[in-house]
Design a protein around this ligand. Sequence first.
Ligand code: GN1
Ligand code: MG
Length: 348
Amino acid sequence: MFNKLLPLYGIDPADCEVKAFGDGLINHTWSVICGSKRYILQQVNQFVFRKPFDIDQNLSLLKDYLDREYPDYVFVAPVKDLSGNSMIQNDDGYFRMFLFVEDSHSFNVVTQQEEAFEAAKQFGRFSRLLQGFDVQQLRATLPDFHNLSLRYQQFLYACEHAPVERKEKSAELITYIIQNRDIVETFERIIDGNEIPLRVIHHDTKISNVLFDQQNKGICVIDLDTVMPGFFISDVGDMIRTYVCPVSEEETDLTKINIRKDFFKAIYDGYMAEMGTTLTATEKLYFIYAGKFLIYMQALRFIADYLQNDIYYGSKYEGHNFYRAENQLLLLKMYLEAEEQLEALIGK
Ligand code: GN1
Ligand code: MG
């Protein structure tokens, strides 16, 4: 596969070392080191992204805009092959290659408040710089990706059609999800009432999608496949979900789950440093809600996948998606319990 791809970029595979890279669940990623040159090669998961060329189109529009308006911004767009293509389709699938950003690194978990602050600042900056870009020009690379109403319907459907043992094992989690349905109702009220505007939203704000420099200051955001029109609650919510807790969704020792309020504050401060004057007064009211929205949605997605025999996320051990959902629902419970204290930190 690499022997076919790399020559398209004028690279001799014999000069390169190719290794699997990162821990994304959806796409395949490799690091390609050819002497002093480093690249990131990625295969787009075409079963998730049904129109990979829409991603390519979005990135090219964003790149044109940012290069013109903010030439200093590091926008990690795919490089072109010798024929000028930034996405390659062949019998193996869809591929693109990026230049590795020199002297950058990323983290897999957030251990310092400063990392949460810097990352939130980068995601905020990204939306702020694109404030003047016409969001309607972007294609929805994953239609309804963060449509919580639809996710909830899919969850109910999965419950109805689940294998009996899986459904029995999930009974408590299902009950807890249904008890907290008001999170879906709030979402519906916000959307139906057009309460908050569509913006250019990243939709996958985990810490590994931020590049840091050697002083651990943020450089830019990466993993731009889900950049599309959306609501700020998606980006803020996924940061809350993944930075506030000291362990990830993979953790099965649930005693390690905890709400780090100072990290929540760091997200708020970092995001507001960029978006403070851009967000509307109504959006600001939903800052804490963003965390509920995203944690709840991720739990729904994991349990629905478990009930559907792990067709989306896959499963590395028996019950993997069940345990991920259990982890996320405990996080949700603790987050809901901490709500008043979080309000006290940022004002209502
Ligand atoms: C997926 O592939 P990765 O890890 O970047 C998923 C996100 C989930 C995340 C959970 C396209 O992201 O929505 O939050 O797993 N991306 C897609 O870890 O479904
Ligand atoms: Mg991703």
